[in-house]
Design a protein around this ligand. Sequence first.
Ligand SMILES: Nc1ncnc2c1ncn2[C@@H]1O[C@H](COP(=O)(O)OP(=O)(O)OP(=O)(O)O)[C@@H](O)[C@H]1O
Length: 444
Amino acid sequence: MTDGIWDLAKGEVRKDVGTHNFKAWIEPLRYGAVDGRVLQLVAPTDFLGTWVAQNFSDVILRRVTEAGCDVTRLVCDTALPATRAKATPDEAAPSERSRAESDLDRRFTFERFVVGKSNEMAHAAARRVASGAPVSFNPLFLHGRVGLGKTHLMQAIAWQLRESDPERRVLYLSAEQFMYRFVQALREKNTMDFKHLFRSVDVLLVDDVQFIAGKESTQEEFFHTFNALVNQGKQVVISADRSPSEISDLEERITSRLESGLVVDLHPADYELRLGVLQQRVESLGEHYKGFAVEEGVLEFLASRINTSIRALEGAVTRLAAYADLLKEPVSLAQAQDVLSDLLRASQKKLTIDDIMKTTCEHYNLRMSDMTSARRSRTVARPRQMAMYLAKKLTPRSYPEIGRMFGGRDHTTVLYAVRKIEELIAAEPQIAEDAELLTRKLDG
Ligand SMILES: Nc1ncnc2c1ncn2[C@@H]1O[C@H](COP(=O)(O)OP(=O)(O)OP(=O)(O)O)[C@@H](O)[C@H]1O
């Protein structure tokens, strides 16, 4: 490719993005090089480069390809990466790596997000923000343990907002990148540019905000950026691995600011959601690995056994797909257990009898002391038997051990309780439902 092709493509990009965007973001770019199918453009500042890569990649790549140079990825840096052709991915220049990380992931869209009970609130709030309607809660704060879909939802918001209005300035970045850029601006003594650029966005999405806890000047800058945007009625979306009040080393004023909008929790995925994600992954991997299939019961088994994170579920399916590709036949349950044995072991939940007692008490509205007391009234005795039954079913504890934990009871009492509940499950729908519900709650 030559400068000429870039000039040609630029003219078309201008039509796509409008004069305002063109002047602000595209005009300052210089043609760098084409390396394989990677187009390298040179940006005057780091921020501008990130912005272009995040907001205009698609249109630039399309127009350059139409102009005669087939490219599939855009890198926008302040300088040309040194002879990358020979570098392995691990050796690629650091700026190259951080640029790649700053791009939105194509897979993280609403279409590919499976909704279940545990994430429906977060999904609904994200959809609301992504609709682009006037802000009703600011910020939207999403939190949850690792791998439950925070980044996916944040990026889905960014994709949709950009798609519905390419003029809208939507910036997604991790808190770490925010800090990195801020420190760089300090070093290069251009904090004014930094402030101006961050404050001119329409929507700011900052992922993993717990990262800036304890980092004083970054927190300070983040706080001012945040306030400036919220005061102008610009939408802010934040994510973290815990709720604002649980992030230690975060200044009090920031915590209360973060709590001032809508705080939504992504809960660990329940069985149905896990199964839904597995089915979706098998379907989408089937497009790459022709004929990839698993035998009946395999996904149900994995959904019941892998309950750590959705990321772990995805990893499991990817591994099965690679295996099936070698095998050229549907994966059986025994093969899946074998191929994923390490994952299955790591996911085995260490459920305690205390957990079981607690959940059972919550369900029947009893006190923990009722589990170990000598009271025999039906309202207490039946739930206690249920808890014993669950303890036997869901933990490796023996009858005598369970008896000891339930207030020093004899092992025959536990044996009787287990049999009794089994009988009742077969005879009384209400008991069967209780047992099912509690098992789900405890076993993920
Ligand atoms: N509901 C869902 N439907 C489909 N895929 C999902 C869902 N939730 C999570 N995933 C997938 O699981 C993986 C992990 O999700 P994501 O990166 O969003 O997690 P996270 O909560 O941001 O975790 P971390 O804090 O580790 O960054 C991603 O590949 C994502 O696409």
